[in-house]
Design a protein around this ligand. Structure first.
Ligand SMILES: Nc1ncnc2c1ncn2[C@@H]1O[C@H](COP(=O)(O)OP(=O)(O)OP(=O)(O)O)[C@@H](O)[C@H]1O
Ligand SMILES: [Mg+2]
Length: 232
């Protein structure tokens, strides 16, 4: 569904992504794991159109979308839940959610119902200001806002960061549920254990390159992965 070929991304003189190739099959959960600074966020940002790749190709459903603008990418059905959530603190939960659907004004009610069914907590808090939500609730809001664009692919940049273990499990339950409902997931995680347990396919990134790939289960039992990312 999403096909990345020999993608290279620079920030000035810094080569953040040095030629990576990977695929995200339709209706799968794919995870990218790797150390800080490996280029994971940069990869998602370039798929989203937020940074322009230096070279390489990004194809979505057979169409070359390399270098397109973020709004064009969203309208094709690719959305990003960014690192650090980036919700609007001075807007209510409902206003934040409506902004996620800015590309389309039709069917807001059914989309809202979908998101509120997934996150009853957001429904209870629909008039609360985003900035006053707890960390876990803000993450729910960030995911809910992304879903309001009715994505075909939802990319998530470290959704579990800074959340308590119970909340993290809740976030992963939601990822699985949304995936079951047909949304393809591309997930970046520091929590490699949870990510690999959840994912169909995993890729390990090190300093701008993909160094390992395999099924989530295979990577979980890989000795190098265990030592570097699972702490066992
Ligand atoms: N806007 C920027 N300008 C210059 N360099 C950047 C910029 N954004 C990222 N980089 C650099 O690119 C490299 C890859 O960063 P990136 O954020 O993609 O890593 P990451 O794998 O997401 O790391 P983390 O796990 O810490 O989030 C890093 O060396 C980083 O310092
Ligand atoms: Mg990152």
């Amino acid at each position: 569904m999403l096909k990345i070929s020999d993608l290279k991304v620079n920030y000035g003189g810094i080569e953040a992504v040095k030629g990576i190739t990977f695929n995200v099959p339709e209706k799968s959960i794919v995870t990218l794991i790797g150390a800080n600074g490996a280029g994971k966020s940069t990869t998602l940002r370039s798929i989203s159109g937020l940074v322009k790749p230096r070279s390489g190709k990004i194809e979505f459903l057979g169409e070359d979308i390399t270098g397109k603008d973020p709004t064009q990418i969203v309208s094709r059905g690719i959305t990003l839940v960014p690192e650090g959530r980036k919700i609007f603190p001075d807007l209510t939960v409902l206003e934040n959610l409506k902004l996620g659907a800015y590309m389309r004004k039709d069917n807001l009610d059914s989309d809202l119902k979908w998101v509120y069914d997934l996150f009853p907590r957001l429904k209870e808090r629909s008039w609360q200001l985003g900035g006053t939500l707890s960390g876990g609730e803000q993450q729910m809001l960030a995911v809910g806002r992304a879903l309001m664009s009715r994505p075909k692919v939802m990319m998530m940049d470290e959704p579990s960061l800074g959340l308590a273990p119970l909340i993290v499990r809740g976030i992963f339950d939601i990822i699985r549920e949304v995936n079951k409902q047909g949304v393809t997931i591309l997930l970046i995680e520091q929590n490699a254990n949870m990510a690999l347990q959840t994912a169909d396919i995993g890729y390990v990134m090190e300093t701008g390159r993909i160094t390992l790939s395999g099924s989530g289960k295979d990577l979980l039992s890989d000795d190098a992965v265990k030592r570097a990312y699972l702490g066992t």
